[in-house]
Every structure is written in structure tokens, then in C-alpha cells.
Design a protein around this ligand. Structure first.
Ligand SMILES: [Zn+2]
Length: 117
């Protein structure tokens, strides 16, 4: 537990967010853009591009099975299951499991998809 500037005890999650902030600030501009896109859904993925009327098909181009969202790419895309297993030990990850994965691993998986070149 840490003490903030007002002398109050901060909950553990605040310390965790500071750690994530420090991690994010050390990223390159390109990697930070990828992470922000994944976290907000405003990523260079077909679902978002379709909403922006840049593309007409929201389907994931890697597997053609579901809409290309960040959740799909990181947790469910069958085209990345081997890569996901190599990096995380899981072939698929649901929303809760993705929430427990460290940001560097999410970034590695996203970059391994080659969707952010
Ligand atoms: Zn896919």
C-alpha cells in the first residue's frame, strides 16, 4: 500500500494503474497507438473500419469467422490460436482472461497478428 500526496492510503488498484501508466509512457508512439486502439476499440480492425465507413465488411480477414474486433483478435481468432498459446499458454481467452493478461503480452499478440503494420 502506498500513501498519496494528501497522506491517504491508496488502494492497490491505484498502484497498479501507476505501473500501467509508466509502462504506457515508455512505449513507442506506434506501440502506444496500438495499445490505445485495442483498449478503446478504435483500432485498425475491420469492425471499427466498417463503422467508420472505410471498409464494407467487418469480418476478420485472418479467419473469416467473426467480426474483427480487439476482443476477437486477442482472444478468439482461430488464425492466432497457436501464437496465442505460445505467448500465453491458452488457445482462446475470454474477456475476463484478457483482463488478467499483462499489457506487454497483449501488445506482443497484437503485433504478431501483423494487423498493425
Ligand atoms: Zn479472426
Amino acid at each position: 500500500m502506498t500513501v498519496d500526496v494528501l497522506g491517504k492510503f491508496e488502494p492497490a488498484w491505484t498502484t497498479c494503474h501507476l505501473s500501467l501508466s509508466k509502462y504506457a509512457l515508455r512505449l513507442t508512439r506506434r506501440d502506444l497507438r496500438i495499445m490505445i486502439g485495442l483498449l478503446t476499440g478504435h483500432a485498425y480492425l475491420n469492425r471499427h473500419l466498417t463503422l467508420m465507413k472505410v471498409r464494407s465488411d467487418p469480418t476478420c480477414p485472418l479467419c473469416q469467422e467473426e467480426e474483427g474486433t480487439a476482443l476477437h483478435l486477442l482472444g478468439r481468432c482461430s488464425a492466432l490460436s497457436t501464437t496465442r498459446f505460445t505467448l500465453s499458454g491458452l488457445y482462446r481467452m475470454d474477456y475476463t482472461e484478457l483482463g488478467n493478461i499483462r499489457w506487454p503480452l497483449l501488445l506482443k499478440l497484437a503485433k504478431a497478428s501483423r494487423r498493425f503494420l
